[in-house]
Design a protein around this ligand. Structure first.
Ligand code: MN
Length: 258
């Protein structure tokens, strides 16, 4: 049984913000977004890769650097006004219950149904649809094993950082040699999700290719909405955006905050 989240009013969804010390302007833009969300939305869902790296709630909560403690305080403030939901991406899959509790947020499973005013939507970070990338999928299964996560989280901060940096540089190197097609979602995995869930609208991030794709599949009008990534720190034009879901349906908003 899939988790179902029932939300009424305006539901905002964003992902792939990749917050971190390497992206101070993105952090500032995201703070402005959170301000706007807490005033205009009735719920906020963050669908993974909120952070560019996350090597344990304990480290983040015990001694957060200034940029992080600012963001955490603002998320906490938002969660005191509207429901906040946290999904995990491939960069921040180690976000856990301690962070959710600290923020007053709800931790989401990898895939879940959002029952909104316009009907049901199937939401996930999106990396599980990239099934053509076999090496990545093997890695994904491994790092999501509770035993592997438990061992990693028992290591010192120093060791965790070293392993995370090593894994990141290996992944960057590997991605350089992969075709654009391999790094995108697999059309068959998407079609399978439409059929298995019996839901016509999928929403995901991860690929950084914002778009609304619509196609007729087995007599159904099916839609796949891809969220944008955020970047205010590496050249122009800057990028950001989110999905606003209301009774009128989902609307992809590629607005910026400058
Ligand atoms: Mn991702």
């Amino acid at each position: 049984m899939r988790t179902k989240v029932v939300l009424t009013g305006q539901v905002w969804v964003a992902s792939d913000i990749h917050l971190g010390p390497q992206a101070p302007a993105t952090v500032e833009a995201f703070k402005r977004f959170l301000d706007q969300a807490s005033q205009q939305a009735h719920a906020l869902i963050l669908l993974g890769d909120i952070f560019d790296a996350w090597i344990g709630d304990d480290i983040a909560l015990q001694d957060p650097p200034a940029w992080l403690s600012d963001i955490l305080a603002q998320l906490q403030h938002l969660a005191s006004k509207i429901p906040l939901f946290l999904g995990r991406g491939n960069r921040d899959f180690l976000i856990g219950h301690a962070l959710a509790r600290h923020l007053g947020a709800h931790l989401l499973p990898d895939t879940f149904i959002l029952q909104a005013d316009c009907g049901p939507l199937l939401l996930s970070h999106g990396d599980e649809y990239c099934t053509a990338d076999k090496n990545y999928q093997r890695m994904r299964t491994l790092v999501r094993t509770p035993l592997v996560q438990g061992i990693f989280l028992s290591l010192s901060l120093h060791t965790r950082r070293r392993i995370a940096n090593w894994a990141r540089s290996r992944s960057k190197q590997a991605n350089r040699n992969k075709s654009a097609q391999i790094m995108d979602v697999n059309p068959e995995a998407i079609q399978y999700a439409w059929v298995a869930s019996n839901i016509d609208t999928l929403v995901h991030g991860h690929t950084h290719r914002p778009a609304v794709h619509t196609q007729l599949y087995l007599g159904r009008e099916c839609t796949r909405i891809v969220l944008p990534d955020w970047d205010y720190d590496h050249g122009t034009p800057v990028r950001s955006g989110w999905l606003s879901i209301s009774a009128a349906g989902p609307e992809l908003r590629l607005d910026t905050f400058v």
